[in-house]
Write a protein of this length. Structure first.
Lengths: 166, 889
């Protein structure tokens, strides 16, 4: 398949920023993650192809970073902190609550993460990398639902701004 | 066990390998554990310590790869620097004071090992590495005595295959990155990489894209734990039961050095040995695993004679008498020209010499050829100025003409790749994209049969007579670069005569800076040609006429005139002019491109004498079979493509009654009334040194003592010889094993013993060839046809591969036609569909597959495949072979 059209131009722009083309691996992975909704095998192969790397190198690099999703995650990635400050302020309970709530959801993905550097707002979470907190379980569900319904606009699952309010 | 005891076994400190360094601006004085040494400034600390007898433990650092500092095992204390330093990434500076065993260092080593062992399973008893494991050894020497880790260790499914021959036990991996770095840095096949992070980090391939590298086996050798194991060796032996000798691989003409290991008289492993001028520790997988064929059940190990109903076992005297009688009758009744000898490129130098003497000196036939019409004329190979492999690193440019070293000379390909990475421009002249194309600075493409066209332009540029923009680009590549231009010269295609390649050679030979590495692939083909197994030549790179007096004086005479080459011999045999044909360790039915001619010849010859390891070498036509010992079963020497003569060693006792081919030649000579008076391998070597001009001075004593072998002719290379055994202890498989474990120490009066009066010059001037050469005819292109390129691939239906189960399991066997996507679509078929292929000679059916490397109008046919293929389609007299391809519908 490989990149074509605007996607190709965008990829070329990204590569042009670096003295060595392989440095563009991560930004290009974000590009395909936004394109496909997750980093698909096709996305890996496109990036490898475009940069002249093997898919093994691209996949290996990609799998180091938790912001790349190697399986479908839907439209909203909710990252709930359970590290020390959040731990003592109910982070694990918040995580558990959301996990149950969205267990069967295809478009909301709940994940547990280490300190988000938002300890002052513990228990904190991110929705597509925007900070929220402190939140109770109900407040969090409400917030997620407002994103789901389109009332609030989030970034993409790669954290790319979409142009609307942040 | 004390630290010192382990150090001793790995690094005998009484006899450190000291590289003398004279003081100067590039020299640093460093104090290591109180000992002051002079070392090259900027060299890595771990390396200078090692060179001066101090072993700093390490896992990730490997002498032949760039340092990464991943394992932290090599920490040392450097006075004046804060904290501990990793010695594998610390360059030495003048006045540095280093402590490798201070309490701080010991505590750090303890800690590093404790962390490594957190996740490492304690399954040494069922691990191939157990007993030769760096993690075991270093834990014992430098680690904590006990573990404080009581938690559950991580578990993975074990082992998982990551290639056809490599298995990965992820639990055992210590993430040193040696394997992944080898794959990308050395082999250029970055098919394995680390995936995940933290304690979840694992070596992985891309799903469905296995680590199918020709060099994958090297990762198993350098892995410092048992995480990577090789399926051919897995669970076959324990290291302490292995017995090992140093020898050279003979699967191709690179002659990589290796440690050949056996247990209970069975070969079980070949490890790469670090011969600096040749393989630098690496092997290709064909070489690594092809020892298996030595134990093939298909081998013949007792003499056979044709009787009614087939071959029957015979005694040696019966078989030798029959063979001698057939040779005598042919000579006496029809003249020496009624005898032909084919092959010899798979034996030792001693075999080649004795057979040259028997054929040319005793029988006086010059119908002798070690090449099977699949190489280049011997006069050209021997007469061109020769490059050494090391010249690649200091070359102004490397030009690859008519060969794909990755397929035929794999470790030479690694050396070329390394030179290219270091900045030497590579020019790849070929009909299609090949192994060297990805790193070539410039690729010149030509139509099949027309290699001389781009080469003529290139020779103009190299000779300084440039014109045009392409030429300017080329000229810019080599401008300001000193050094030789190394031309790797092969036969571009087996679907065309050697004419165009010879013409190309002549054009390049006219350029003063050009030196050649002939890309003939068969193991000891250079030894065979150097020792006279080619028409018109005598042992030692001299022609019949030039060597007549010198060689004739020992032999009692040489043939009157130049004889026939392999094709001539087979054609004469088919016409009934050859009465007795000897097949010397060759398989003409698979090795000779024109198989129908071989079949006619074998059917027509009166007596076929097979001297080799397989009775069916002559199809059903063998009359006498004289079984020979093979590589691994016999001592001797071999010559690689740069003309380096190296020791070959016997590791296992041959089964049955097999005998060295040189001894068989002596037995036959005796029956024909000539006593060779050769009883020992060393005696043959001494006679070669006396008789063969290019081998002047290269006698048994020199061969035994020269650590890295000797490059011919000795006079030109005497100062490159390293005498005596390797100063470092050998046998640590994961470190580069230093070459020369088998070299004999030089006696006290070394100088006198080794070279009494300096290296002797050849008594006869060696043959030189610079042309002239006929240009090959240009055949107009037929727009509806595909022009064939036929060449070997590393794995195929070759004897050594088919008889080595581990390789045979995945080697492709059947011919396919590779074409460009455009041509495949034009034919109108899908990949793998069979099509009808018609040449001027025959029509066959073959599957067709599109391949991005093949340009339009060209069809690539792998030459070493069973079944229909080049043997049927190619007319060896035609300048090129064009194919019409039709669908079967
Ligand atoms: S598999 Fe072996 S060589 Fe590769 S990273 Fe792990 S320990 Fe190192
Ligand atoms: S490159 Fe040739 S000599 Fe070296 S290991 Fe491979 S087959 Fe053997
Ligand atoms: S501990 Fe949760 S944001 Fe820092
Ligand atoms: S050997 Fe120095 S960090 Fe591994």
């Amino acid at each position: 398949m490989a990149f074509s059209g605007t996607e190709r131009r965008r990829a070329e722009e990204i590569v042009a920023r670096y003295p060595q083309s392989r440095s563009a691996t991560l930004p290009l992975l974000f590009l395909v993650q936004d394109r496909d909704g997750w980093v698909t095998p096709q996305g890996i192969e496109d990036v490898a192809d475009f940069l002249g790397l093997t898919p093994a190198v691209v996949l290996g690099t990609c799998s180091f970073y938790t912001m790349f999703k190697l399986s479908p995650v839907g439209k909203l990635v909710v990252s709930v902190c359970t590290n020390v400050s959040c731990l003592v302020n109910g982070g694990p309970q918040l995580h558990e609550h959301l996990r149950r709530e969205y267990a069967r959801s295809d478009d909301v993905f709940i994940e547990e993460v280490e300190c988000l550097a938002a300890c002052d707002r513990a228990p904190a979470l991110q929705i597509n990398y925007d900070f929220h907190g402190p939140l109770t379980g109900e407040q969090a569900v409400d917030l997620i639902e407002r994103h789901r319904s389109g009332e609030l606009t989030a970034r993409t699952i790669s954290g790319t701004a979409t142009g609307g309010e942040v | 066990m004390s630290t010192d005891a382990v150090r001793m076994s790995q690094w005998p400190s009484e006899q450190p390998y000291v590289i003398p360094v004279a003081p100067g601006p590039d020299v640093a004085t460093v104090t290591i554990d109180g000992k002051e040494v002079q070392v090259p400034r900027g060299e890595l600390l771990i390396k200078v310590a090692q060179d001066h007898g101090t072993y700093i433990p390490r896992f990730c650092w490997h002498e032949r790869m760039k340092p990464v500092g991943m394992c932290r095992m090599c920490l040392v204390e450097v006075e004046g620097m804060r904290g501990l330093q990793i010695s594998c990434a610390t360059p030495v500076t003048d006045g540095m004071v280093v402590h490798t065993q201070s309490p701080g260092v010991k505590a750090a080593q303890d800690g590093v090992l404790e962390f490594l062992l957190v996740n490492h399973p304690l399954d040494c008893p069922v691990c191939d590495r157990g007993g030769e494991c760096p993690l075991q050894d270093q834990t014992l020497a430098f680690g904590p005595g006990e573990s404080r880790f009581v938690e559950e260790k991580r578990h993975f499914e074990k082992p998982i295959p990551i290639s056809e021959t490599v298995l990965l036990d992820r639990e055992r991996c210590i993430q040193c990155g040696r394997c992944t770095r080898f794959a990308s840095e050395i082999a250029g096949d970055a098919l394995i990489h680390f995936g995940g992070r933290g304690s979840g980090t694992e070596v992985m391939t891309y799903p469905d894209e296995p680590f199918s590298s020709y060099f994958a086996g090297n990762t198993v050798q350098i892995c410092p734990v048992g995480a990577l194991t090789a399926s051919p060796y897995r669970f076959r032996a324990r290291p302490w039961d292995l017995d090992s000798v140093e020898t050279s691989c003979q699967q191709c003409a690179v002659g990589c050095r290796g440690a050949l290991e056996s247990t209970s008289n069975r070969l079980v492993r070949l490890l790469g040995v670090d011969l600096d001028p040749v393989n630098q520790g690496w092997l290709c997988d064909r070489g690594r695993y092809a020892y298996e064929w030595v134990h093939s059940d298909a081998r013949v190990v007792t003499p056979r004679l044709a009787r009614e109903g087939g071959l029957a076992e015979a005694t040696w005297p019966q078989a030798l008498d029959a063979a001698a009688e057939a040779l005598r009758r042919a000579r006496d009744e029809h003249g020496p020209d009624a005898i032909g000898v084919l092959g010899g490129a798979r034996g030792t130098n001693e075999d080649a010499y004795a057979w040259a003497r028997l054929a040319k000196g005793v029988l006086r036939t010059d119908n002798v050829d070690a090449q099977l019409d699949d190489g280049l004329p011997a006069e050209v190979v021997l007469g061109l100025p020769r490059a050494s492999i090391d010249d690649l690193d200091r070359a102004a440019a490397i030009v690859i003409v008519g060969s794909d070293p990755k397929e035929t000379l794999p470790v030479l390909y690694l050396r070329i790749r390394a030179a290219a990475e270091a900045g030497v421009p590579v020019v790849d002249v070929s009909t299609h994209d090949n192994g060297c194309t990805p790193f070539a600075a410039c690729s010149l493409r030509h139509r099949p049969g027309e290699v001389a066209t781009p080469v003529a332009a290139l020779a103009e540029v190299l000779g300084g007579r440039t014109t045009g923009s392409d030429a300017d680009r080329l000229a810019a590549l080599v401008a300001d670069r000193d050094g030789p231009v190394v031309v790797v010269l092969g036969r571009p295609s087996l679907a065309e005569p050697a004419t165009a390649a010879v013409h190309a050679a002549a054009l390049l030979a006219a350029v003063p800076a050009v030196r050649f590495l002939p890309a003939l692939h068969r193991g000891n083909v250079h030894g065979a040609l150097d020792l006279g197994l080619a028409p018109g030549l005598l042992p030692g790179r001299v022609t019949l006429d030039a060597g007549r007096a010198h060689v004739g004086a020992v032999w009692g005479g040489v043939p009157a005139a130049r004889g026939l080459d392999a094709r001539g011999i087979l054609a004469a045999a088919a016409d009934g002019r050859i009465r007795t044909l000897v097949l010397l360790g060759c398989d003409p039915l698979t090795d000779f491109p024109d198989r129908p001619l071989v079949e006619r010849a074998l059917a027509a010859v009166g007596t076929v004498v097979v001297v080799g390891a397989f009775a069916d070498a002559a199809g059903g036509h063998a009359d006498v079979v004289l079984p020979t010992t093979v590589w691994g079963e016999q001592d001797g020497s071999g010559t690689n493509l740069e003309g380096r003569v190296q020791r070959l060693a016997r590791k296992v006792t041959p089964g049955g009654a097999a005998m060295e081919a040189w001894r068989i030649a002596g037995e036959l000579a005796a029956r024909l009334g000539v006593d060779f008076d050769l009883e020992l391998t060393a005696e043959v070597q001494d006679e070669i040194a006396r008789v063969a001009p290019a081998f002047a001075g290269v006698d048994a004593a020199v061969l035994r003592r020269a650590r890295d072998g000797v490059v011919l002719p000795l006079v030109d290379h005497a100062d490159e010889i390293a005498w005596g055994p390797a100063p470092l202890g050998a046998g640590v498989s994961w470190e580069p094993i230093p070459a020369g474990a088998d070299a004999e120490p030089v006696p006290a009066d070394a100088e006198a013993a080794a070279t009494p009066t300096g290296p002797p010059a050849p008594p006869v001037a060696l043959w030189e060839w610079r042309g002239p050469a006929e240009p090959a005819p240009t055949v107009p292109v037929d727009a509806y046809a595909l022009r064939v390129v036929a060449a070997r691939t590393l794995y195929g239906a070759d004897r050594a591969v088919l008889e080595s189960p581990s390789l045979a399991a995945f080697a492709p066997r059947d011919a396919v036609l590779l074409v460009s996507r455009t041509d495949r679509d034009r034919i109108g078929v899908a990949d793998g569909d069979r099509v009808r292929v018609t040449s001027a000679r025959a029509t066959v059916e073959l599957p067709v597959v599109a391949d991005a490397r093949i340009p339009q109008g060209v069809a690539f046919l792998p030459a070493n495949r069973a079944g229909a293929g080049i043997g049927d389609l190619v007319d060896p007299d035609a300048a090129v072979t064009d194919l019409r391809v039709e669908t079967l519908r």
